[in-house]
Design a protein around this ligand. Sequence first.
Ligand code: SF4
Ligand code: SF4
Length: 424
Amino acid sequence: MADNHKMWEELGMNLELHDQLCAVLPQAVGDVFLSQENRPEGMDYYDMVVADIHGIRPSELIAHQENGGKVFGTFCVYVPDEVIFAADAIATGLCGGSQFWVPGGEKVLPTNTCPLIKASVGARLDRTCPFFRIADMYIGETTCDGKKKAWEILSEDVPVHVMDLPQMKRVKDVKAWAEEIAALKDVVEKFTGNQVTPEKLAENIKLINNKRKALARLYECRKSETVPISGTDALVISQIAFYDDPARFAQMTNKLCDELEKRIAEGVSVVSAGTKRIMLTGTPLAIPNWKLHNIVETSGAVVVCEEMCTGTRYFERYVDETKETLEEQIDAIAERYMGINCACFTPNHARIDDIIRLAKEYKVDGIIDVNLKFCNLYDTEGYFVERALKEEGIPVLGIETDYTDSDAQQLRTRVSAFVEMLNN
Ligand code: SF4
Ligand code: SF4
């Protein structure tokens, strides 16, 4: 691994604090990933990316800036990367998934804010994440109240553009989202000095669709009775999708899928036959939040699907590639993104339908409905999720957690009891 200290110093990072994070990451990666048995060889690429997560991709982003390009940081799967890439800029995910960043966020946010928001604000203000330092502009959205206020705080430190996401799905709401996407295009054009032409947008709609298709292929492999990859490995791939170069990510993921499809054909599984198949639903698991997957998969079960933004909500459905004018393309983008079912929408029956559909497609034995502490939206929607699953006869365990390890033992006890119940 290259010595990245010079780069981090030039980014104005707090090196002393950041070194503390770097000191614990290799151990965490070793414990969670490298201890797994019979991993696909194609995981080497993702292991390398995670091991040098604050080195490899940040230096590529800086090289892009040195060539005159801009980098935009995003926090939500509703923000359309296509538009950003079409202006010869790069979009990178900025969601914080570590407890390390939470105290920094708590300096300015109420304690009863969800850890994802606290970690994201803390990573910026404490200067301990290169991605948060590199991004020239942040693109926020009005998905939940905590985020709306967080953008106001962050905008005192970095340029922030906020997209106004409608919270119903009527025809006029899809139209309003198309207008917000057109406004984003204008902001991105002005900030980069590059024009988004229909040709550029068409090219980048394909680029991002190809990334989605690679993820869809990976998830298709996870539907098989033969489990060719652990849920923990699949999760880190989903997390890396937010940061990596989209074309390279699709290429490496398709290469991995060649191996996984071969494993399925040859009956090579990472778990023994009859291992209970679990789906996680709920709030996103931003990198490096691997806690629950690790607990489930070291408690005798396997995670085969995530109905989450770090999962199916990120890649299902494609933007129509046949549109030719900017207006039609933007409408097609709005249509695709408004098909995502986040708990910030009302009503949100389609998410419940998605969960039932996915449970069948992935042949799951049980579902764990995960809520990040202080996320009222997903917590409240859990009422409908659990009721619908009970009606369908699908066992469900609802849990609430944060980024600390203080509840790990208690979670392990509850997950083990749930798996035992499924086995009986
Ligand atoms: S859970 Fe909702 S607000 Fe959070 S990233 Fe997903 S879509 Fe965006
Ligand atoms: S997990 Fe909930 S509270 Fe946290 S950012 Fe997402 S929608 Fe907002």
